[in-house]
Write a protein that binds this ligand. Structure first.
Ligand SMILES: NC(=O)c1ccc[n+]([C@@H]2O[C@H](COP(=O)([O-])OP(=O)(O)OC[C@H]3O[C@@H](n4cnc5c(N)ncnc54)[C@H](O)[C@@H]3O)[C@@H](O)[C@H]2O)c1
Ligand SMILES: CC(C)(CO)[C@@H](O)C(=O)[O-]
Length: 308
């Protein structure tokens, strides 16, 4: 399979680098990472030990692929969608492995070529040309609206050929919403309280996290997804327990003074809830507080366009 990875940062470099052991891969990213990969290949450390030689580019013009994986941060999705739907690029299928609800933007630009994906691998870019796998997880891929899918099965088989743990899932809407509900509970709460995930097992942080997760499950049900508040809270507690020693990605972003994905996580819960006439006060407060911090730090566009 010819695979293009749009957004060769931590996750994209890890997944793309592992796929490059078996498939023709082009990593699309930015210098100095792209330049180093061209000169010396990509080194993968941590849970894997590999030195691979994918193609690397900083533009998609002139590229073609059977599959494009989208691994930019959620707030760069619009730019990814615009690039991948451009005239100079020829892509058959697109699959996001991002956190947050980003498929709407991708589908608007790329139509029914878009598959849903989730990834629970842990990745960290340690230096240009070097990525570390901090945890072996699993990739799930499937139709945005759910159902059996030959094309998702083909993608999953290609991932497995390269030694990645990957399954096609006919229940991607529920899987996406459950992951969103867990991220809604963990990420902003841990980032604002400046605590590792394990601190969300105890009140009062646990109460805030559970409220955010329960609100997300209520919105999911309004969207037609079969996710109870109890199931979502059970998933939250499991992930908090399994990742007790981790700093969430949003806590890491705040520590590094980077823009967070709060708009695509808690903000998405608020916006989808509003469409259904549902109040989501905990998610709204979390999104507003992190938004205020990002604005004060000059990290988000001043015009209020959340997705730029
Ligand atoms: N890192 C992980 O362990 C992990 C695990 C699961 C899910 N995720 C999700 O995956 C997504 C990516 O996370 P990450 O940690 O890899 O982020 P990252 O910031 O390391 O990687 C994103 C990369 O995209 C590049 N990029 C952005 N716009 C671009 C453009 N127009 N052209 C070329 N390159 C561009 C950036 O330069 C950056 O290197 C997020 O939604 C995150 O929540 C990450
Ligand atoms: C599962 C998770 C919350 C663990 O830290 C992760 O998705 C994250 O940090 O974004």
């Amino acid at each position: 399979m010819d695979v293009l990875v749009f957004g060769a940062g931590a996750l994209g470099s890890l997944v793309g680098g592992l796929l490059a052991r078996e498939h023709a891969v082009t990593l699309v990213g930015r210098d100095p990472h792209v330049g180093r990969i061209r000169e010396d290949g990509l080194r993968i450390s941590g849970e894997f030990d590999a030195h691979v030689g994918p193609e690397a580019a900083s533009e998609v013009d002139g590229l073609s692929a059977d599959l494009a994986l989208v691994t930019v941060k959620a707030y760069d999705t619009a730019a990814a969608a615009a690039a991948l739907s451009g005239e100079g690029v020829d892509i058959d299928l697109v699959c996001s492995l991002q956190n947050g609800l980003t498929e709407g933007e991708l589908r608007a630009a790329l139509g029914d070529r878009v598959l849903a994906g989730t990834a629970t691998y842990g990745a960290e870019l340690v230096d240009p040309g070097r990525v570390r796998c901090t945890g072996v997880g699993r990739v799930h891929v499937g139709e945005l609206d759910g159902g059996e899918s030959d094309r998702a099965e083909r993608v999953a088989a290609a991932f497995r050929e390269a030694g990645l743990d990957c399954e096609a899932d006919p229940g991607m809407p529920r899987r996406r919403w459950e992951k969103l509900a867990v991220n809604a509970g963990i990420n902003a709460v841990s980032a604002l309280a400046r605590v590792r995930n394990g601190a969300l097992a105890e009140p009062p942080a646990a109460d805030v996290a559970e409220r955010a997760t329960r609100e997300a499950a209520r919105v999911a049900r309004a969207e037609g997804v079969d996710l109870t508040g109890g199931d979502a809270r059970a998933a939250l507690r499991t992930v908090v327990g399994e990742t007790a020693g981790n700093r969430s990605s949003m806590f890491q972003d705040v520590r590094a003074e980077r823009r967070t994905e709060v708009d695509a996580i808690n903000g998405a819960v608020v916006e989808r809830g509003r469409k259904h006439g549902l109040e989501t006060p905990t998610n709204r407060t979390l999104a507003e507080l992190l938004g205020a911090w990002e604005t004060a730090r000059g990290l988000r566009p001043a015009d209020g366009d959340r997705n730029r």
